[in-house]
Design a protein around this ligand. Structure first.
Ligand SMILES: Cc1cc2nc3c(=O)[nH]c(=O)nc-3n(C[C@H](O)[C@H](O)[C@H](O)COP(=O)(O)O)c2cc1C
Length: 327
């Protein structure tokens, strides 16, 4: 039993800003090299990173680097600062290795994140992906201005942007995954990034669409010029006997099959069109075997959140050891 499991979920979460520097002192090492690869001028020493939501405000990049990440995704960053949703916002279920959250994009806002990122310069140890979202009171019809505003502010530090339209905790956000909304949102975003030194743009999708809708969405995004996908966000579905409320997103082990399926559907639907696109698999990756399986299935990169909670912060080095021992 990990000691932080004895604390209520939100306490353990709040204490992580003290625990992480400690963990990186204990487990920290050079970035491990395994399955290294290059994509659009970015070098990934290994294909593992933290998922959106782990380091929302880019406060712990040094720790993630020494804990062994091959890349780091920060965010979700909203243009203006906002608090979490009211009430209980997170929980976990040890027996099923599941997490639940209803955070709703708590963010210190793009300006503070800009200064946080600037403090690590000039050289970053890994590629940095910036996950972007809209403030909760911004109507969907004008959401594009929120996304573009974060892009404008954080462009100097972003190696790629991840457009988050799949969190279940911001009312109506998932409606942006509809075909017309995607065209209206992604068109201006792609236009904006192409004005400068182009930064790749990925889209993070929900695991709850069903195969057909997911396949259509992936192909539509590809036709608009998107550079890749992060599959998937948390799910609104619940396994039988699940102790969590109906609202809020569930992640961890019970998300595994949905997330695997999403990767399979994306690989199959894209076929030859996937050349040059980046596929990032996330959801229910709880063991080194899960990591190797997603890579085998066609993911270029993988990300974790729940495994950090249930396994601990040495997960990245542990996977690297297992990979290098197995060769
Ligand atoms: C507490 C918590 C907060 C999260 N916050 C975000 C977020 O801000 N942005 C985002 O794109 N995903 C967020 N996620 C979803 C994760 O990035 C990931 O897609 C999901 O947890 C599935 O991965 P896992 O099974 O390894 O946890 C969050 C997940 C959790 C558990």
């Amino acid at each position: 039993m990990k000691p932080w499991m004895l604390l209520p979920a939100h306490w353990a979460h709040d204490l992580s800003s003290i625990g992480l520097p400690l963990a990186s002192l204990i487990y920290g090492r050079k970035t491990p090299h395994w399955k290294s690869f290059d994509w659009k001028g970015l070098h990934f020493a290994n294909p593992m990173g933290i998922a959106g939501g782990v380091d929302k405000n880019a406060e712990h990049l040094r720790e993630w680097w020494s804990l062994g990440c091959g890349f780091v995704e920060i965010g979700t960053v909203t243009p203006r600062p906002q608090n979490p949703n009211p009430g209980k916002i997170m929980d976990r279920h040890i027996k099923t290795q599941a997490m639940w959250n209803k955070m709703g994009f708590p963010s210190h806002g793009a300006e503070e994140v800009f200064y946080n990122l600037a403090s690590y310069g000039p050289h970053f140890r890994t590629p940095i992906f910036v996950n972007i979202g809209k403030n909760r009171h911004t109507p969907n019809e004008v959401a594009v201005s929120d996304y573009v505003s974060v892009i404008d502010q954080l462009r100097p530090f972003a190696d790629a942007f991840v457009v988050n339209i799949s969190s279940p905790n911001t009312k109506g956000l998932r409606d942006l995954q509809n075909k017309d909304s995607l065209t209206n949102l992604l068109g201006p975003i792609l236009d904006r990034v192409s004005h400068f030194e182009p930064t790749p743009v990925l889209v993070k999708l929900s695991p709850d669409m069903g195969d057909e809708a997911l396949s259509e969405t992936v192909l539509h995004c590809q036709s608009l010029g998107i550079d890749g996908f992060v599959l998937t966000n948390t799910t609104l579905s619940r396994p039988e006997g699940c102790p969590f409320p109906a609202e809020g997103g569930m992640s961890g082990a019970p998300l595994k099959n949905l997330s695997r399926r999403a990767l399979e559907v994306a690989v199959q639907s894209l076929g030859k069109k996937r050349e040059g696109l980046l596929l990032v698999s996330v959801g229910g990756i709880m063991s080194p075997e899960d990591v190797f399986e997603r890579l085998q299935m066609g993911a270029d990169l993988v990300q974790i959140y729940s495994a950090l909670v249930f396994h601990g912060p040495d997960f990245f080095h542990e996977v690297a050891r297992r990979y290098n021992d197995g060769r």
